[in-house]
Design a binder for this molecule. Structure first.
Ligand code: HEC
Ligand code: HEC
Ligand code: HEC
Ligand code: HEC
Ligand code: HEC
Ligand code: HEC
Ligand code: HEC
Ligand code: HEC
Ligand code: HEC
Length: 254
């Protein structure tokens, strides 16, 4: 490494572009425990004649304020070390723009009973920083699964979604979105199943996955099967709700 370094610096001092580019400068990936990965690109920082690059010599970075293989914290950077030599809102974009350096992705929780829950980093980061969640509420990586009862006690999303800091867990469909489902039925008329109407009366788990998988993959059910208690017929049996044996047009409309 020391030997290579000497070669680089020599190249830079002598202005030997061919030697510098011959010894291609690698990207450096920093892995952090709480804040994902950061990729530093020599190429984009050293590009000449590009307004969007540092366009500087090696020593602008390779000096006492950024030592190789020394780990710096964001607090160090705020004091002008490492990336903070330039990323201070003057020479380059400020450290406050976390996601330009720390890549985050949108998260999908697979939930059998309700279908997928999407967690948007982007939407949350409009009003908060990484530290609001990492690592107090979530590790940056797969966490232990949490159920709604634990959330009610303040775990996971429930740390904030408690009706005080922001909307409460009672507003299920803000996190577990549902659609109206339409069934095309050639002869008897199409049927619309309304989640909106039914979730005022039932919890998700009273239908999912006991009666339906949330998502495609449910088999077509005949009226005869419904009369025997499948699908809508589990409730529309004249006891819990009007029966599938009658009032066809309450369900079959157009
Ligand atoms: C904008 C800042 C910046 C500039 C300018 C810069 N570097 Fe770097 N360089 C870095 C960072 C950050 C690292 C990673 C440091 C670490 O590993 O802790 C690095 C690492 C290196 C490494 C070790 C990488 C490896 O492959 O392990 C070499 C060699 C290097 N730089 C050479 C150069 C040379 C030669 C120049 C000038 C042509 C240059 N750098 C200009 C920021 C810079
Ligand atoms: C200019 C790029 C850049 C920006 C902007 C940036 N970071 Fe970092 N951050 C890094 C790099 C690089 C490291 C790893 C440094 C090392 O290991 O030497 C790091 C490390 C961290 C760490 C682990 C070290 C520590 O301080 O505990 C955390 C947490 C972190 N960043 C959070 C944030 C947050 C929150 C923001 C926004 C307020 C932010 N970062 C903005 C580049 C950046
Ligand atoms: C010598 C000054 C300097 C240093 C030190 C520096 N940068 Fe930059 N960086 C710039 C400039 C200038 C730009 C482009 C102007 C802008 O977007 O504000 C830039 C752009 C970037 C970009 C966006 C373009 C790209 O490469 O994708 C990232 C990401 C970035 N820097 C990360 C880092 C990280 C991480 C560090 C620390 C390891 C660092 N920079 C250190 C000057 C610097
Ligand atoms: C409002 C809360 C919240 C904030 C703020 C937040 N995160 Fe996350 N983050 C999460 C959740 C939730 C997960 C998913 C955890 C799981 O899969 O169990 C996650 C996962 C991650 C992961 C792992 C992703 C993967 O591929 O598995 C990384 C990396 C991460 N976050 C980085 C960040 C960084 C960097 C910031 C700030 C720029 C940030 N997060 C801000 C909630 C948050
Ligand atoms: C650190 C606090 C915090 C945590 C933890 C948190 N949220 Fe949020 N969430 C917020 C705030 C604040 C808003 C903004 C809501 C508003 O506009 O009042 C929000 C908004 C949302 C929205 C609406 C976004 C939109 O604008 O469309 C959804 C959906 C959401 N959160 C889901 C989740 C899920 C899922 C989790 C758990 C994986 C979670 N949140 C964890 C604070 C948090
Ligand atoms: C702030 C977002 C949010 C709200 C509001 C919310 N959930 Fe959840 N729910 C989640 C997330 C995220 C998971 C998956 C968590 C995990 O796997 O760690 C989940 C898991 C579940 C599960 C499977 C685990 C269990 O508890 O059995 C069910 C069922 C569920 N939610 C139903 C509901 C119902 C019903 C409501 C309304 C009373 C609701 N959720 C409100 C985010 C939310
Ligand atoms: C009264 C029964 C019932 C209840 C209660 C119910 N669902 Fe459904 N759900 C259905 C039916 C019927 C379908 C369509 C199944 C098919 O034929 O594919 C469906 C489909 C879905 C789908 C896949 C289609 C779509 O909308 O994207 C999701 C996701 C879903 N439900 C989520 C939920 C969630 C979350 C709750 C609780 C808030 C819930 N459901 C409560 C009956 C119900
Ligand atoms: C978990 C029980 C349950 C299941 C499963 C269920 N329903 Fe219902 N449904 C009810 C109850 C209870 C009512 C309201 C009481 C009533 O109207 O008899 C209702 C009301 C309705 C209504 C409102 C009728 C009106 O007054 O306009 C329609 C339409 C309907 N259901 C269609 C369906 C269809 C289609 C399915 C199957 C895809 C289905 N339901 C599955 C319990 C259920
Ligand atoms: C509670 C709502 C509901 C009621 C009441 C209802 N149906 Fe249906 N029906 C459906 C749904 C939903 C489907 C489509 C099921 C699927 O595709 O999985 C369907 C499918 C059908 C089909 C095509 C499948 C088959 O069995 O041949 C016919 C025909 C039909 N209904 C006739 C009727 C008649 C006639 C009545 C009245 C005696 C009736 N339905 C009452 C909801 C209802």
């Amino acid at each position: 490494m020391r030997f290579r370094w000497t070669a680089y610096i020599l190249a830079a001092l002598l202005g030997s572009a061919s030697l510098t580019s011959a010894l291609e400068l690698k990207n450096k990936t920093f892995s952090t425990a709480n804040a994902g990965k950061v990729v530093f690109s020599h190429t984009s920082h050293l590009k000449k004649k590009n307004a969007k690059s540092a366009n500087v010599g090696c020593k602008a970075c390779h000096n006492g304020n950024m030592r190789e293989n020394v780990r710096y914290t964001m607090a160090d950077m705020d004091k002008g070390k490492s990336c903070g030599i330039c990323h201070n809102g003057k020479k380059a974009f400020a450290l406050a723009k976390c996601t330009v350096c720390h890549k985050v992705r949108e998260i999908t929780f697979k939930v059998k009973e309700t279908g997928p829950v999407l967690f948007s980093h982007a939407k949350h980061l409009k009003t908060m920083q990484c530290g609001a969640c990492h690592n107090k509420v979530f590790k940056a990586g797969p966490n232990k699964r949490v159920d709604m009862a634990q959330m009610e006690r303040g775990k996971s999303c429930g740390a904030c979604h408690n009706g005080k800091k922001t909307f409460a867990l009672g507003e299920c469909t803000k996190c577990h979105p549902v659609k109206e489902k339409s069934y095309k039925v050639a002869d008897a008329g199409n049927v619309t199943f309304s989640h909106k109407l039914h979730i005022d009366m039932y919890k998700c788990r009273e239908c999912h996955s006991r009666l339906y998988i949330p998502g495609s993959g449910n088999k077509t059910v005949s009226m005869a099967e419904m009369e025997a208690g499948k699908s809508c017929g589990a409730c529309h049996d004249s006891k819990s709700a009007f029966t599938v044996k009658e009032s066809c047009d309450k369900c079959h409309r157009t």
